[in-house]
Design a protein around this ligand. Structure first.
Ligand SMILES: C[S@@+](CC[C@H](N)C(=O)[O-])C[C@H]1O[C@@H](n2cnc3c(N)ncnc32)[C@H](O)[C@@H]1O
Length: 210
């Protein structure tokens, strides 16, 4: 693991608390695992890229005091979030964000990279798209800008690849959570996980270094 990447928790984290589709208390999980960033959440404006109809990461960061601006290619999503949360929003392509270089304090990306939004016809296409996306995020963020990345289910290879792409795009101080199935899980679940490789929610917070 490159020095820029720090594993915040492994083994003790409850996977359900960070899974966007489970009912754990996501805000508490973010506080517990990424508590060092609470002052940042209170004082910054985050752009939620591929915001859709909102996400647990979006709600958590906003509950913790951040201002949120939504960016999505779908006008319906932007209108929905504006009416629901009275938040600002912009219809925009994640690969050509309508923000100047070094101008944004924070980015949220939830279930965007591993959705059809960033997929491709081949693994190589997907990787190129992921790289372009990370580079675009890095372009608009200010120095020390924060990138919050959350996903509901990520295999080991994707995890390694995304973290490497984030480092390549110029992020450092990467704190990642890697929750693992705990002993209380059934023998059947543990054996299924073993067979198909580890898949679980991924959350990381990265800081733009340059
Ligand atoms: C799987 S949804 C994720 C929504 C939400 N962030 C969540 O965690 O539930 C992906 C979102 O990305 C948006 N999207 C797809 N391609 C996009 C692009 N090129 N630029 C911006 N948004 C895009 C879609 O409209 C959709 O709302």
């Amino acid at each position: 693991m490159p020095a820029a990447i720090k594993l915040v928790r492994e083994g003790k984290a409850d996977p359900q608390s960070l899974d966007p589709f489970e009912e754990g208390d996501y805000t508490s999980a973010i506080k517990r695992y990424f508590g060092g960033h609470l002052a940042d959440f209170r004082s910054r404006t985050f752009v939620d890229v591929g915001a859709g109809f909102g996400s647990r990461a979006h709600t958590a960061v906003s509950k913790l005091g951040a201002q949120v601006i939504n960016a999505d290619i779908s006008q319906d999503a932007i209108v929905h979030l504006r009416e629901l949360n009275q938040e600002k929003g912009v219809v925009a392509d994640a690969y050509k964000l309508p923000f100047a270089d070094n101008s944004v304090e924070g980015i949220i990306s939830s279930n965007f990279i591993n959705s059809s939004a960033v997929g491709g016809e081949s693994d190589e296409d997907s990787k190129l798209n992921e790289r372009d996306f990370m580079n675009e995020i890095a372009r608009v963020l200010k120095k020390d800008g924060l990138f919050i990345q959350t996903n509901f289910g990520v295999g080991e290879n994707a995890r390694e690849s995304w973290l490497a792409l984030a480092v390549e795009a110029g992020f450092s101080d990467i704190e990642q959570i890697r929750p693992v199935t705990n002993a209380a899980k059934s023998r059947e679940t543990r054996s299924t996980n073993k067979q198909r490789g580890w898949i679980g929610p991924l959350a990381f917070i990265a800081r733009k270094s340059g």
